[in-house]
Design a protein around this ligand. Structure first.
Ligand SMILES: Nc1ncnc2c1ncn2[C@@H]1O[C@H](COP(=O)(O)OP(=O)(O)OP(=O)(O)O)[C@@H](O)[C@H]1O
Length: 232
């Protein structure tokens, strides 16, 4: 397994939010993490990155135990994180936002990667534009470009299509599909759009109240499973 969780419980203060989670993610797979609002999907991402208050259990990447490693060290193991809401720095330029990602590289390269320019022609043509002036979809592209600048082997994407116009949702989905299937970047994403999840995912985890309540390959994610765990 490229990334694995063994009995991981993760806390904010004294409150366990993720409870006793065990799963493994093979290299090159796309795993979709699904569930209603507030079930702990963001907390799962933050636990992988070491951003909750503390966690117990074991988190491994390529057989190395990173459970107690600080966030910057996890990033150097090849974990790239795109948080919910994107967290683009609006007063900085497109180029500066991308270059921020290079700080987490282990090879010291500090250029805008050619891949980012090739994937996102709009960004390539607007490197000196203030990022705050971009549309939601363009900012999501920028967040993906910034994460790619870390040269990740795993990308964690928290609701990448949230708040984005429907036609751009499709485009972002296709970009992620390309990163996964053509470039072999392993993906973990939380996603409310079931269609996008079905298109991208090889496997799914359905969460409720901090626990995994259903899992399987994507073709095992029937409408029944979705309706049971995702509709209100
Ligand atoms: N920083 C925090 N401190 C304390 N509790 C938190 C913190 N962040 C989240 N929680 C709690 O953890 C639980 C899970 O939240 P989380 O954001 O992980 O869920 P989610 O499934 O990602 O939901 P959403 O789809 O709304 O983002 C919620 O009950 C939330 O109130």
């Amino acid at each position: 397994m490229l990334l694995s969780f063994e009995k991981v419980t993760s806390y904010y203060g004294k409150t366990p939010i993720l409870k006793d989670m065990t799963f493994g993610l093979p290299k090159g797979q796309c795993l979709c993490v699904l569930g209603r609002n507030g079930v702990g999907k963001t907390t799962l991402m933050r636990t992988i990155m070491g951003l909750t208050d503390w966690s117990s259990g074991e988190i491994r990447i390529e057989d190395q135990d990173i459970s107690k490693a600080p966030t910057y060290e996890r990033a150097k193991h090849g974990l790239g994180y795109i948080p919910q809401g994107r967290q683009i720095l609006g007063n900085f330029t497109v180029k500066e936002n991308i270059l921020l990602g290079t700080f987490a590289r282990s090879d010291g390269d500090s250029q805008v990667p050619e891949l980012c320019l090739r994937l996102f022609p709009y960004l390539a043509e607007n490197l000196n534009k203030r990022a705050g002036l971009l549309s939601g979809g363009q900012q999501q592209q920028l967040a993906i470009a910034r994460a790619l600048a870390t040269n990740p082997q795993v990308l964690l994407l928290d609701e990448p299509t949230e708040g984005i116009q429907p036609n751009i949702v499709f485009e972002i989905g296709e970009t992620l599909h390309m990163l996964n299937k053509e470039l072999g970047i392993t993906l973990i994403l939380t996603e409310q759009h079931i269609k996008v999840a079905r298109r991208l995912g090889d496997a799914f985890i359905m969460m409720d109240n901090g626990r995994i309540v259903a899992r399987g390959s994507m073709d095992e994610m029937t409408d029944e499973v979705v309706n049971k765990h995702m509709t209100i």
